[in-house]
Every structure is written in C-alpha cells, then in structure tokens.
Ligand binder design. Structure first.
Ligand SMILES: *Cc1c(COP(=O)(O)O)cnc(C)c1O
Length: 363
C-alpha cells in the first residue's frame, strides 16, 4: 500500500507520458518550450482565471505573488497558524512579518472572524490557505479585505480543482498560487507551480519577475528570480490534466467511503456547504494519534501528520511576537491529525483495508 501511488498513475498514462517527455527531449527546448504556454492556457481555462503563469514551485509562486504586490520590510501579512511552512516563510524572506491567526475547527482554514483583531496600519494583505483541498471562505475574506483595503492571496497548493460556490479554487481572489509537487492532487515529476491572477497588470509583472525582471533579453527592469517551470514538467502536467477530473471523482468517492466506514470512531473532516474538496489529504482526528499511527505503520499502512507543529511555534519564527502566544485550534490539530492514504487511483478495497486497520488500532 502506498500513501500516494505515483507508480500506479504513471502506469495508467504511460504511453502518453512517455511520448510527451520524448517529444520535449528531442526538441531540445528544455527552457521556455511551447508546452509551457499551452499549459498556462489550459490551467487558466480549467480554473476560470484570466491568467495562469507556470512557475518553478508552489513556494516560488507565493514569492512571486508577494513580489508583485511589492511587499516591503516591516509590512504585515496575515497568515493561518496551521499550514505548510511556505505559506508564511516567503513573507519573512522578504523581511515582512507574518501575523498568525488561528484556524477554524470546522474546515481547518483561517478563522475569518478572528482576522479583524489582527489588522494594524501595517497590514498589507491576507494569505488564506485552502487546506487539504477545501477552499477557505473567500466571499467573507474578500469582503473583509475590501473594507480595509487589503489584498487576498489564495494559497491553493492543495486545492487546485476544488470548487467554492459556483467558482473554482485559484479564481476566487485577485491572485492565487498552486503547487505541482508530485504528491499534490495535480503533480509533475519534480518541482512546479503556478500563479493565477485576474489582473492584466499583475500578470505582466509576475511574468517579468519570473524571468529575472527582464523586459527584453539581457535588459532587466526590476529585481526578479529564476522562477521558470521546466518544459518537461509542463509536458507531463498537460497529460495529467486530461485525467485530473476523473481522479478527483475517485478521490471524492474514496473520501465518502472513508467517512462512512469511520463514522463514530474518529473525528472526520467536515464538508462545508457549497464547497467541493479535491481531498489532497483525507485527514482524521484521533486523541491517541501517535500510538494509532505506530500500529498502522506496523501493519504496513502508511500515514502522515499534516502538520505536527503550528506555524507560530516553528523555531524559524521564534523572533516573532506571536511565538509565545497560544493558537488553541491549531495546537489541538497538531496533536490529533492523521492523514490516511489518498490518491486519484485508490480503490474501494484499499480504503476498506485502511479503515478496518484504523478501527482495530484505536484500542
Ligand atoms: C506544498 C505546499 C506549498 C509549497 O509548494 P512547493 O511546490 O512544495 O514549493 C505551499 N503551501 C502549501 C499549503 C502547500 O501544501
């Protein structure tokens, strides 16, 4: 049993993937090949966003989004206390300050009702993560942000393909980012990511920033990074994108079956009305998490802990004023969450095996 079975996925689409990779290798266009623009058009169309800019990783996507918003040292950016490190670390890298807000116990996303208290005259924007594949409450976030003149970035690294009301993740606010890390719902064979935006002006800037701030070859108008995606990764993603919706259906069916089988035994992820998750992770809550995890490992069932430490408690953020504060929900989650095997080709039989093992490991 694999936590995320990339081999099975490769075998399923192997002829097309091999052909796409061979094509790039034979063309020699490893950088800025034509597959990149084709992918960008397909990604934008898929999400319903005006622009998609394919980049080198989900982390670089966040960095480029923050650079485009011209974040300065001392600026404050509101971030959820419970997420992957990159959500907040790119803010710190630019010498701005992440200001953490606790998450909601319902969907594990930033608790919008707690944001207002964290806003100061230095606040420039909010990064909201759509954790585990379920979108944060972007109507409420955009409304609050408009009231204070802030921008909102969706960190959709786990939620590409999810929907929120009648829209899709990565088109819910002015700028969104995603990741194509291999184990994400849509993954490539290395690092990759994308920035999405509804703004023509920001799209132009992000494209420039991605290529060393060049306006023409060897003419640099601003300080940027090398944030390009490889042509090979773009070609791989174009094949996988064709099968992405079918994989999401499998993930949703598996999540439903897990929920039925584990009902009454563990804390189950809650579905918010009008939201459809991509189930990047199927994450349950158990009091004696570490003991259960150990038993599952012994039985050959791989699991993961997303995440064992709330962001404000990370040593790297120890100089922030929030380091000593408590974030009740995030702390509880970090002690109880356990992610179960989940991917786009998982079978009912595998879900049943895992669920049975979880129930037997509880006592
Ligand atoms: C994976 C992830 C990232 C970073 O993406 P990379 O492609 O690994 O750089 C950022 N934010 C969240 C919430 C993630 O899950």
């Amino acid at each position: 049993m694999q936590f995320c079975d990339l081999n099975r996925q490769y075998e399923a689409y192997r002829p097309e993937l091999d052909e796409a990779m061979q094509h790039v290798i034979q063309s020699g266009a490893f950088i800025n090949g034509k597959e990149i623009e084709l992918l960008e058009n397909e990604l934008a169309q898929y999400a319903g966003a005006k622009h998609a800019i394919a980049v080198s990783s989900g982390t670089d996507a966040l960095l480029l989004a923050l650079l485009a918003y011209d974040i300065k040292p001392g600026d404050e950016v509101i971030c959820p206390a419970f997420s992957f490190f990159a959500t907040a670390s790119m803010v710190s890298l630019l010498r701005a300050r992440p200001v953490f807000v606790d998450v909601s116990p319902i969907d594990f996303n930033i608790d919008v009702s707690k944001i207002e208290k964290a806003i100061t005259p230095k606040t420039k924007g909010i990064i909201a993560v759509s954790l585990f594949g379920q979108c944060a409450d972007f109507d409420a976030l955009n409304e609050l942000a408009a009231k204070y003149g802030l921008w909102v970035i969706e960190d959709g690294a786990q939620s590409f393909g999810a929907s929120y009301k009648d829209k899709k993740s990565c088109a819910l606010t002015e700028v969104s980012t995603t990741s194509f890390f291999p184990a994400k719902p849509l993954g490539c064979y290395g690092d990759g990511g994308a920035v999405f935006t509804q703004s023509d002006r920001l799209a132009e800037q992000i494209k420039q920033l991605r290529g060393h701030g060049q306006s023409a070859r060897y003419y640099h108008d601003r300080i940027g990074i090398n944030g390009r995606i490889d042509t090979l990764q773009a070609a791989i993603l174009r094949v996988k994108l064709k099968y992405f919706d079918a994989e999401i259906v499998v993930r949703r069916k598996a999540a439903e079956l897990y929920s039925q089988l584990l009902h009454g035994y563990v804390m189950l992820p809650m579905l918010v009305e009008d939201c459809k998750s991509t189930w990047a992770q199927f994450t349950i809550g158990i009091d004696n998490r570490d003991a259960v995890r150990k038993k599952l490992t012994e039985r050959g069932i791989p699991t993961a802990v997303h995440y064992p430490l709330p962001l404000p408690k990370q040593l790297a953020f120890s100089s922030l004023p929030s380091y000593d504060k408590t974030f009740e929900v995030s702390e509880l989650l970090s002690e109880t969450v356990l992610s179960l095997p989940m991917h786009g080709l998982i079978t009912d039989q595998e879900v049943e095996t895992v669920a049975t093992a979880v129930i037997e490991s509880l006592t």
